[in-house]
Design a protein around this ligand. Sequence first.
Ligand SMILES: Cc1cc2nc3c(=O)[nH]c(=O)nc-3n(C[C@H](O)[C@H](O)[C@H](O)COP(=O)(O)OP(=O)(O)OC[C@H]3O[C@@H](n4cnc5c(N)ncnc54)[C@H](O)[C@@H]3O)c2cc1C
Length: 572
Amino acid sequence: MAESLKNTAMSGTSTLLSVGQPGLAGNNNVTSTGADTLGTTHAQSHSTCLLHHDTRPEIDADVIVIGAGISGLAAAKELVQRGNKVIVLEARDRIGGRIDSRAIGPQDAAEGYARVDMGASFVHGKYDNPIYDLAQDLNIKVHYTSPEGEMRILDADGQMDEHTANRLGFNVSYTFFDASRSYAQNNDPSPGESLASYVFAADSPLFDGLNQNEIASAIQRDQQPSNLRWKAKTLGRSFSGWTGADLEDVALRWWGFERDTMGPDGMVTSGRYHEVVDHLADLVTSHANYDGQIRLGEKVERIHWDSDRELVDVTVTELRNNASSPSTSRTYTASKVICTLPLGVLQRRPPAFVPQLPPRKRRAIRALGYGLLSKIAVRYDKAWWRDSDKTTSYFILPLQEKITETMPPCSPELQRKLKPQGLMVQNFINIDGTAQLVMFLGADYGQAMEQADQNECVQWAHTLFKRYLSPTISSTDIPEPIGAIASSWSTDPFSFNSYTYIPSKPDSKDGLPVTPLDIAEFAVPIWSGALGFAGEHTHPDRYASVHGAYESGIREGKRAAIALDMHRKGEE
Ligand SMILES: Cc1cc2nc3c(=O)[nH]c(=O)nc-3n(C[C@H](O)[C@H](O)[C@H](O)COP(=O)(O)OP(=O)(O)OC[C@H]3O[C@@H](n4cnc5c(N)ncnc54)[C@H](O)[C@@H]3O)c2cc1C
């Protein structure tokens, strides 16, 4: 880490730094640095590699990295630091992939654009987490809130008594994060069992202590006690935002099997996650002694291994912002390729792999689950909502008799398919002082939201906030939003959803259970080591996360660099 910081300090200003700025997205932005000077301690340590570049004229780079998300940039950084020439090919006109920091609302003269992270925003775990370390080094604040008052559960008109709300809040996080994990470990559930089968079982800790509570509270409020169990269930369902899938679809057997980071989860200051990827991009492209390029707007269509030449050809379509100019295609050639295409892209719109991927890779692509987390961010000129200084997350619970009110604005047929669930809303005034609320919608709710008209979705969210988060202020006093964004991860052709999960249902073709080995399968290179894979979906311990994606990139960058070194030394 210290070394990478030293390198940053020495690097010049990269044009890619502007890519993350609002309105400045580059088009086919080519950044290249020469590798003609050696002299720093770091470059010297790898100078033998630079002096032995493959000089065949048809070669464009030692390694082509496909995708400029965090895994691709981590791989490229690792490779250039080890003296290799690297080209990163990225289809979008920005770097970062599922790290997507955006401007929201009008520009503030003093502070510039207000920002929000529409992709990753959490740093999961403080210890043994390279992203936390990077954030520290880059002075990006990670916010930790006190556990008290962190979560506030609101049912119809916010009337749930505090005792019951606290009990529900404790039950749901305990059941989801602790009890279900230890149940899976101690009871060895069968492959077909789902997380829902434990979380929603009649004797689940989700319902613990609700009986006495529920009766007292229900009598007081003239309600049926069973109503509280229903509320606990709807609250449990809101955790589909965490898994990206309905809890019915997630395998219980593998829930919590992984060795993950330690310590609390924190949140990066709104809209600053991109600084981590910008930093990596800078290391790749702007260091005088490194030889890295990031090419934006280049969509990979074909990856062809020529075993005779021991080279890989990667054909791209150059995407143009201007629809009237025709797309052109070109081919790059390298000794090795690292593919960081998201699992959703591999499943739904993969490039042509020639020769085709081996059966085990094809099975992993087919069988693994790839879920959806969607967000609606709404910005206001002031924080008008209740307990804004005390609450990090609100959970809005549906009303049994008005369940469609808390469902995204979609067709009645689609609404009939949605199961009632709570909605998580993050209050950024209590996180980093920004007057914005961000609603998280997992799985089917996210799908429904992203299919609807974006303005309608924003209006729906604003109406719900007014109704549930401010029962004491008359709605005429509540300001209108000054900015809003609704995500579209499910339809984005360069992600097609959000992140990986291990499904409870078996593979559709061979009928066998899906396991973490399917994720591990991606970490195995093919084509005699010429094609490797990185990305969150390739890290069995840390899939679905930024830190997992980053570590997978380092893993693959290192592997390719070692293989190239061995080749240069004739050690194969
Ligand atoms: C809404 C949301 C919230 C999240 N929240 C968190 C969180 O709080 N904390 C956390 O740790 N993780 C979170 N995640 C997960 C995390 O963002 C991802 O795991 C991680 O960023 C994935 O990085 P990656 O490099 O594997 O993939 P990506 O970032 O998706 O990078 C792959 C790149 O490949 C490019 N690409 C796609 N197709 C082509 C093509 N044909 N040719 C060339 N390039 C192509 C894409 O444009 C992209 O830039 C969240 C994800 C989402 C969507």
